[in-house]
Write a protein that binds this ligand. Structure first.
Ligand code: PHE
Length: 496
């Protein structure tokens, strides 16, 4: 056989009327190959074509046998007719075959074609019409049957199968020919010099071609959502905090935040302690390198004895515990550091950060030992809890969360504290979306912030909204070694 496109052209040229070419015309090629050959001919305008999808009825092997020799019941009837004084039932299988005897006998009785007399079968109808065979003949020649019920019945009897047949209705195109002319793809210097360009056929440009996929980098979904959060923060006048300190001392991570040294959050379950080195130098001023002696003793005093109107926790505060190195458990360690700096020149300020924090938790479908925390703090004179609630409503509305509920909660460093719940329309329920509060005077006044200055803070995870946005139910598909790069590359940008 010549190649497929040429074969198609020749078939069309020799056809008396324009053919409906079914893939059956090329039993060795599948319809996809036929289609791609037709597409290439159509792109050269040699043909036009349309695809015709049809369901056709096809006879099973058993049905083909019935068309040839008659139905099982007709065979039984004929065998009975042939015997002069009836056919012994025990002989039937020998005459018509075991399978025809089994199916055909019952049907022939039902139709009233035969009857029983002792151990013999007798003829009961003067003549019969083999309807099954007739129907199958119709299907054999037309590939369907005018009566739907008959067709359904034959399908049930496993005599007919429905098959999908793809056909192509082909017409000659404006540039029809039986030969495929090689098309030039480029106008070269040689073609110009020789003058051959005048007689050559050029391949038209395919402006619809998709082009090779460009190999490019892609932002991880978490980074896309982070980008959206940063936009919201910048739009609301926030300044980004420097969060490049994954390792902190207990001082910044806990003590400055008025977290007592025996607090459960500090124990070995939640905190990763650094083993080498284990201890930090005493805290210093980032700019001058001077030890923070006064702040250090304020923190000690407020824990141990109480200060600034607070009773304190009344326990022996240990410097060693405060100097232990930890992987930061929250970015609030950075907020504390920023607020301490702000205390040198107190004024209204808005800070945010989005970065990693680490917690020694059991890893499961929704928890990793590290995650990203989105955190914001607002410092101003005379702020109230109402301001915090109002701000949260504005902030979360920008993420598309309009219904909020607040529930009293506990943080060692904030009073009052509130958990924030948002109504998730997709999930149809209230989900916890953040934690917030007003920082305690024990924390702020120890830094040297003036009494009238209040500071709001709140935090949430970046993973939670990202998982909801990208419909990821297992966090390990989002972060870690199980992440599918295809997932990272193909996910759409996010807009809240
Ligand atoms: N640090 C808190 C957390 O880990 C979040 C928070 C920040 C709460 C600031 C109140 C104020 O969830």
């Amino acid at each position: 056989m010549s190649d497929l496109p040429t074969h198609i052209l020749e078939t069309i040229a020799s056809a008396a009327s324009l053919p409906l070419l079914s893939s059956k015309a090329f039993p060795t090629v599948d319809s996809l190959h036929v289609k791609s050959a037709l597409d290439s001919l159509a792109s050269r305008e040699m043909i036009t074509y349309e695809t015709v999808d049809k369901e056709e009825a096809e006879l099973t092997d058993e049905a083909a046998g019935i068309v040839k020799d008659g139905s099982h019941e007709a065979k039984v009837y004929e065998a009975v007719c042939m015997s002069l004084d009836g056919l012994k039932i025990s002989e039937l299988a020998k005459v018509v075959g075991a399978s025809s005897a089994k199916v055909g006998q019952g049907k022939a009785f039902k139709e009233g074609w035969i009857k029983k007399d002792g151990d013999r079968l007798l003829k009961a109808a003067p003549s019969i019409k083999d309807v099954t065979r007739e129907n199958l003949r119709i299907i054999q020649s037309t590939r369907t049957h005018p009566d739907g019920a008959t067709l359904t019945d034959l399908k049930k009897r496993k005599l007919v199968n429905m098959v999908k047949r793809i056909s192509f209705k082909i017409n000659k195109g404006p540039k029809f020919a039986t030969q495929i002319i090689k098309e030039e793809t480029d106008l070269t210097a040689e073609l110009l010099a020789s003058g051959d360009w005048k007689s050559k056929t050029f391949k038209p440009y395919n402006f619809k071609a998709l082009g090779a996929p460009a190999n490019s980098g892609a932002l991880h979904p978490l980074m896309k959502v982070r980008h959206e959060f940063r936009q919201i923060f910048f739009e609301m006048g926030f300044e980004e905090m420097p969060t490049n300190r994954f390792v902190e001392s207990g001082f910044w991570n806990f003590d400055t935040l008025f977290v007592p040294q025996q607090h459960p959050a500090r124990d070995l379950q939640d905190t990763f302690y650094i083993s080498d080195p284990t201890i930090a130098d005493p805290p210093r001023d980032d700019a001058t390198g001077e030890p923070l002696t006064e702040y250090w003793s304020n923190v000690r005093e407020v824990h141990e004895k109480g200060k600034y109107g607070s009773l304190g926790y009344r326990y022996p505060w240990k410097a060693d515990e405060s100097l232990r190195l930890v992987l930061r458990t929250h970015t609030t360690a950075i907020s504390a550091n920023m607020l301490y700096k702000l205390a040198k020149n107190p004024k209204a300020a808005k800070y945010f950060s989005i970065d990693r924090v680490f917690r020694n938790e059991t890893v499961d479908a929704t928890h990793l030992a590290e995650f990203h925390q989105v955190e914001g703090v607002i410092a101003d004179y005379n702020l109230t809890l109402g301001d915090l609630i109002g701000f949260m409503q504005t902030f979360f509305a920008k993420m598309g969360v309009h219904d909020l509920r607040f529930k009293p909660a506990y943080n060692p460093y904030t009073e009052p504290s509130m958990e924030i719940f948002g109504y998730h329309k997709g999930l149809g329920k209230w989900v916890e979306i953040g934690n917030s509060g007003m920082f305690r005077p024990e924390m702020l006044e120890a830094m040297g912030l003036p009494k009238g200055m209040k500071v709001h803070g709140w935090g949430l995870s970046l993973e939670r909204p990202t998982m909801i946005r990208y419909a990821v139910s297992n966090i390990r598909e989002l972060l870690g070694h199980k992440v599918d790069l295809g997932f990272v590359k193909t996910n759409a940008a996010v807009r809240f």
